[in-house]
Design a protein around this ligand. Structure first.
Ligand code: URA
Ligand code: SF4
Length: 203
């Protein structure tokens, strides 16, 4: 069994915070061990808690639609959340809960080593952009060493506020080009061309 699956098993029996009390099942996350793309949401909702899988409810359906539009297979992405157990009535996760659950997310990132992390919740975004507002930085990738982090609106936000849906669609529409740019940067690095730019302007 992979270390990532073992970590999932630890999450399923975790009692590190009070969210353990209200859950049906913990939701460690889903996707390949070596995914190049990772998506981080907020926390499981009703359906996720029942099924033990991330983004299987209404927000997940919209996520599927957004991914289909750009021909990106969900099976290639590791999808998880900042907290792995459902907050009661889908309330915001509290700082102490996020902190208690952080070692799992840290280890998932360490083990998967994604090239790009797409944050789809403000709590995930806050980890890399603590002082920024989503309205200012959505759809704009930023490099952190070898990692690129791309902040996005949460699909559930577009379900509540219809005007955000075209914004989300436009932002998701940028993903293929970002992946292409990242691949060409990687290629240049491997070829070690002395005078080629190591960084594209969009980062
Ligand atoms: N919203 C999230 O943030 N995560 C899920 O897994 C489902 C809905
Ligand atoms: Fe453990 Fe995270 Fe669930 Fe809290 S939310 S009980 S820390 S797995």
């Amino acid at each position: 069994m992979s270390e990532l699956s073992q970590l999932g098993d630890q999450v399923r029996v975790c009692q590190r915070c009070d969210l353990a009390k209200g859950r049906t099942q913990a939701v460690p996350g889903d996707g390949p061990d070596n995914a190049e793309i990772m998506m981080i949401g907020e926390g499981p909702g009703f359906h996720e808690d029942r099924q033990g899988k991330p983004f299987v409810g209404a927000a997940g359906q919209l996520l599927d639609e957004l991914l289909k539009d750009i021909d990106l297979s969900r099976e290639k992405i590791f999808i998880t959340n900042v907290v792995k157990c459902r907050p009661p009535q889908n309330r915001d996760p509290q700082p102490d809960e996020i902190e208690a659950c952080k070692p799992y997310l840290d280890r998932q990132i360490e083990l998967i080593k994604p090239k790009i992390i797409i944050t789809i919740s403000r709590f995930a975004m806050a980890r890399w952009f603590p002082d920024k507002k989503i309205g200012e930085i959505h759809g704009k990738p930023k490099k952190f060493g070898d990692l690129v982090v791309l902040p996005m609106y949460h699909p559930a936000a577009a379900l509540h506020q219809g005007s955000l849906k075209p914004v989300l669609k436009e932002d998701f529409g940028k993903i293929p080009q970002i992946l292409k740019d990242m691949a060409s940067i990687q290629e240049e690095k491997e070829q070690k061309k002395p005078d080629s730019p190591q960084q594209l302007s969009m980062f």
